[in-house]
Unconditional design. Structure first.
Length: 413
């Protein structure tokens, strides 16, 4: 028998798919907040447990990065950087390839959620400047940050969880060994799929116009913040690589890096007011609902009762991709990883779990946090969006191709 939290989760999933009831158009954050409110009102989870369930490290990380992203955008420095990076992309084909590979590689180093935050105003600017479908560019960004993050132990939270709790030796080397080549292939094949789905958008030549900086003082502080992000990420890489006795959390990276803007800029309050608070509400509500669902053991029992061999690579992909759509990929990994280790899973199985749980984000909107960040930001900044079906139409073929490529290369080892 289905429990209230599981029923609420399926209702939330359905509402996010349709996003409209009669003439009422619903936002994703409103739907998730509704779900969290229902489980609290029906006492499926106590208020104390709900607060405890919220991962404030994630909330603070997003807050810090939103501040930096807003300052970069408002100062005009982000448009300036965009021009310098994309000025040689003289066609739509080149532009899509630049986004896929540029943001993909950055995601492997700076984490996919970070690039999702920074990337939204970039692709919206490109869409408006060159009259290219915003759906095409938002999808390109979403797929690039998901696929690119696969090949790095710090590319996304679930990979980091696997690298640390799975005790993978030389995680950077091992992730690249197994996943670098298939990731490059998948980025290129994703370009071909997008070109097939958006044929008319690929007929345009592009002439970039140089963007001037609007606020030089704010741009200076934003530049310092961006440099601090890169320095902190490098320090984090060395901390993980050298197995230092302290954890250099993502939260520290975001909060340290935003200090020049928050402390030195006279526009600090204006910037903080304009950040995407709705996405922060969405994540807080999601943590509450997912914890409540987790407490029912509904999905844990389903996995345990199946006859699937959890060490089998196809099984890892099947379970990871399907359950990530409902649980999201980090809770899925938190569930699957202990079982995998207990069953004797080795480096190959751990890498397969990392690839599968990450690439699950390309299937449907709820498969990855970065998708939510991109959609929420796009709706706030440009009143444009990706519907559930817009995403699925491109995401399903992209995911099928991605899965086949990763499965094929993992089977070679």
């Amino acid at each position: 028998m289905l429990s209230i939290p599981v029923i609420v989760l399926f209702i939330v999933f359905l509402l996010i798919a349709i996003r409209q009831i009669g003439k009422i158009k619903l936002q994703i954050w409103q739907i998730m907040l509704f779900g969290a409110a229902i489980v609290l009102i029906t006492r499926q989870i106590s208020f104390y447990e709900a607060i405890k369930a919220i991962n404030f490290d994630v909330i603070l990380f997003l807050f810090g990065m939103f501040v930096i992203g807003q300052a970069l955008d408002e100062s005009g420095y982000l448009s300036h950087l965009t021009y310098n990076f994309f000025k040689n992309a003289k066609s739509t084909d080149r532009l899509i390839i630049y986004i896929l590979f540029g943001f993909g590689f950055l995601s492997a180093l700076l984490m996919n959620d970070t690039i999702a935050i920074i990337g939204v105003p970039v692709v919206i600017h490109l869409s408006k400047a060159h009259k290219i479908s915003s759906k095409l560019l938002l999808l390109t960004l979403a797929f690039s940050v998901t696929i690119g993050s696969v090949m790095s132990p710090i590319g996304n939270p679930q990979n980091l969880l696997i690298a640390i709790n799975g005790n993978i030796r030389n995680p950077f080397i091992n992730f690249l060994k197994y996943l670098f080549i298939p990731t490059i292939i998948n980025l290129f094949l994703t370009y071909l799929i997008l070109k097939l789905l958006f044929k008319t958008n690929f007929k345009k030549g592009i002439n970039h116009s140089k963007e001037s900086i609007k606020d030089h003082k704010l741009a200076f502080y934003s530049k310092i913040s961006l440099i601090l992000v890169i320095i902190c990420i490098v320090l984090r890489i060395f901390a993980v690589w050298l197995k230092l006795p302290f954890e250099f959390k993502l939260t520290y990276i975001a909060l340290i890096s935003m200090l020049p803007i928050v402390v030195l800029s006279s526009k600090r309050f204006s910037i903080i007011k304009k950040i995407d608070w709705y996405t922060l509400i969405f994540f807080a509500a999601m943590f509450i609902l997912m914890q409540c669902v987790w407490n029912t053991n509904f999905f844990q029992n389903i996995i345990e009762k199946t006859d699937l061999n959890i060490l089998n690579i196809p099984s890892i992909f099947l379970v990871s991709i399907s359950f990530s759509q409902l649980l999201s990929n980090v809770p899925l990994v938190a569930l699957y990883l202990p079982m995998l280790l207990h069953a004797g899973g080795g480096i190959k199985e751990l890498i397969a779990l990392a690839a599968a749980s990450t690439i699950a984000g390309n299937l449907l909107i709820l498969g990855a946090a970065s998708n939510i960040i991109i959609i929420q930001n796009a709706e706030k900044k440009a009143k444009t969006t990706l519907s559930f079906f817009d995403f699925a139409k491109a995401g399903i073929p992209v995911t099928i191709v991605n899965v086949f490529i990763y499965w094929f290369f993992l089977s070679l080892f």
